[in-house]
Design a protein around this ligand. Structure first.
Ligand SMILES: [Zn+2]
Ligand SMILES: [Zn+2]
Ligand SMILES: [Zn+2]
Ligand SMILES: [Zn+2]
Ligand SMILES: [Zn+2]
Length: 335
């Protein structure tokens, strides 16, 4: 995202795709159904549309701001770049300094035809893993490029595996959403159902067949542990939970959850009272790690206990697994 331009907020009437979902003017795709949308001249009254893409244009333009084709016409197009012809706003100057004005979210400068970038950080919750433009967490498809805005199609095997493991462990879907995003992996307590996975692990230089999806399973399951706990926060106030994991509200610096910590399938020998070294960092990490082992080992308590015995784990670890196991059973109405 280049440029650091400010835009005036403009009240827009509610617009809907034929599928019924709300859309914003000039989105090329509906983020709900993926239909391509055309924004012609019906509202602006410029009397001009680009012939190839049917997007609203101006007789004064030399290039279509939506598809970038040359629409220069002798005697109509302005010989000098303009700020904003009739029917258009000037939200910013052309990125390339041609002197013309551009309106959000034009992809090309209508005067020099060069591609434009927009700072959408304040308008959207995240970036599309395909095109890098702004997307919101509820969007299934990117309104700009029409691809899967969640990036989940990049990690289908890992997600399928995690869903199967959760089902086998007897954990019902609590409405979580796993999203691929740039930045760090984690769950924001304000949005407990949104699990963000650092997209670098998936869309980096690695080829598709090199994706360490089995390692992603560990990372996703750990993050789901955080989400599950936020979703069942009342449980953290119970004596049983506190005895097992401690005080979850204890202050701690935000940790960068990266998969290198979560690739082990087996419980670590040290520390004695935690399933892994990472778990010892904070009660919330302790829970997320215990949850990860519980789920990736399919909720097989006997198998986990046997392993804990071999590794001389402390009683605290048994108590953690047991409280997770029993809590999940109460959620299902088993006892
Ligand atoms: Zn739609
Ligand atoms: Zn066009
Ligand atoms: Zn320009
Ligand atoms: Zn996109
Ligand atoms: Zn964590």
């Amino acid at each position: 995202m280049g440029g650091n331009r400010r835009r005036e907020p403009v009240p827009t009437p509610e617009l809907r795709c034929v599928c019924g979902h709300e859309v914003q003017r000039f989105w090329p795709y509906c983020p709900h159904c993926g239909r391509s949308l055309t924004w012609g001249d019906s509202e602006q009254g410029t009397g001009a549309e680009c012939y190839p893409c049917r997007g609203v244009a101006s007789d004064r333009f030399s290039y279509c701001p939506w598809c970038g084709v040359d629409i220069h016409e002798e005697g109509h197009s302005s010989e000098q770049p303009l700020r904003a012809p009739k029917g258009f706003r000037r939200d910013a100057r052309c990125d390339w300094g041609c002197g013309g004005g551009v309106q959000y979210p034009m992809r090309y400068c209508p005067w020099c035809g060069k591609p434009q970038s927009w700072n959408e950080d304040d308008d959207f919750e995240g970036d599309c893993p395909y095109c890098g433009r702004g997307v919101d967490d509820w969007m299934s498809l990117c309104p700009w490029c029409g691809n899967d805005a969640t990036g989940r199609d990049l990690i289908p095997r890992a997600l399928t595996q995690v869903r199967r493991l959760l089902r086998v462990a007897g954990i019902r879907d609590w409405g979580y959403r796993v999203l691929l995003r740039p930045g760090i992996s984690g769950v924001d307590p304000r949005y407990p159902k949104i699990v963000e996975i650092e997209q670098r692990y998936v869309v980096g230089k690695r080829r598709r067949d090199e994706i360490p999806w089995s390692l992603l399973v560990g990372l996703i399951t750990h993050e789901l542990g955080h989400s599950f706990l936020y979703h069942n926060w009342r449980w953290t106030r119970s004596a049983r939970f506190r005895r097992a994991f401690g005080e979850v509200n204890k202050a701690y610096r935000g940790l960068d959850d990266t998969w290198v910590y979560f690739q082990r399938r087996r419980v670590a020998i040290n520390p004695v009272n935690h399933v892994s070294a990472y778990a010892a960092r904070h009660p919330q990490e302790d829970f997320a790690e215990t949850f990860r082992f519980y789920v990736t080992r399919r909720g097989r308590l006997r198998e986990l206990f046997a392993e804990c015995g071999q590794k001389h784990k402390g009683v605290g670890v048994y108590e953690k697994f047991l409280s997770v196991h029993e809590y999940i059973r109460t959620l299902r109405g088993w006892s």
